[in-house]
Design a protein around this ligand. Structure first.
Ligand code: 13P
Length: 280
């Protein structure tokens, strides 16, 4: 199966489903994710955040992600999550990623728009798609400093979408990266307003820890892409720890396989919740 473009996958997502974007950090996680997509006959987005590249360098992991996507029998996009520097964005595009996110949420609006436009111009020259962020999702993906939520304003989202021409827009509606310390206050009212005001496809970050009902409400009200990272990392670590105590004879390959199995189970669970069964 050929590599898919982000826009092709999320443009089909109506208010009955959203495409899952699953962060991976090694070959095992990618293998688990593609197995889940094939079993569910679901489209898939494989992604890695710039903040995780310290552990999984992009020039090494990127080709693995692309090979996994080409091996997958379901349409699979390969995406750079939370790109912060032009250097990393350019490397992802050179490697053949089908989309990149530029996260300029820490900049004032005008600067975020100006920098995002540069990324859109560059990505278009590769035929790739762009996701950007407006407002600020809480927490931190990878090693970046944790930040508080800054709920996306409708007017700013409209202006940002029009001026940058991005393919997907990450909106801050109360979610945060990582595990929630307290129940998030989801601003579905704001999501509805943004969805009504702009045609740009909307992305939900900080998926780990939301309830099934939260996911269903978000996708029914305009979210087309949902990011899941921490849940896969935690599931893999938990499976390795359990194996370590329950099976003292476990060797390297048992642990490696535990990552495949844990990621597979987590991705499949989320694909079911996101309504992705048979949507490829
Ligand atoms: P979680 O780690 O909370 O699942 O967030 C994932 C994410 O939004 C990646 O950009």
């Amino acid at each position: 199966m050929a590599l898919a473009k982000l826009s092709d996958l999320i443009h089909k997502a109506d208010d009955t489903y959203a495409v899952g974007a699953f962060n991976v950090s090694d070959m095992e996680m990618a293998m688990g994710a593609i197995r889940a997509a094939e079993e569910m006959r679901a489209p898939l987005i494989l992604q890695i955040a710039e903040g995780r590249l310290r552990y999984s360098p992009l020039d090494l992991l990127g080709p693995v992600m692309l090979a996994a996507a080409k091996r997958c029998r379901m349409p699979t996009a390969v995406h750079l999550d939370h790109g912060g520097t032009m250097e990393t964005i350019r490397l992802a595009l050179d490697l053949g990623f089908t989309s990149v996110m530029f996260d300029g949420s820490k900049y004032p609006l005008d600067e975020n728009i100006a920098r995002t436009k540069e990324v859109v111009k560059l990505a278009r020259s590769y035929g790739a798609d762009v996701e950007a962020e407006i407002g600020r999702v809480g927490g931190a993906e990878g090693d970046y400093k944790s930040v508080d939520v800054l709920v996306t304003s409708v007017d700013e989202a409209v202006r940002f979408a029009e001026e940058t021409g991005v393919d997907a827009l990450a909106v801050a509606i109360g979610t945060a990266h990582g595990n929630y310390r307290e129940k998030p206050n989801l601003r579905i009212d704001r999501l509805k307003e943004i969805h009504a005001a702009t045609k740009t496809r909307l992305v939900l970050h900080g998926g780990t820890g939301l309830t099934e009902q939260d996911f269903r409400t978000c996708l029914a009200n305009g979210i087309d892409k949902i990011n899941i990272a921490t849940a896969s990392y935690d599931a893999s670590a938990a499976k390795i720890k359990a194996m370590h105590s329950e099976k003292p004879e476990a060797n390297y390959f048992d642990f490696s396989n535990a990552i495949v199995e844990a990621t597979y189970a987590n991705v499949k669970k989320h694909m079911q919740i996101f309504g992705l069964n048979g949507k490829a």
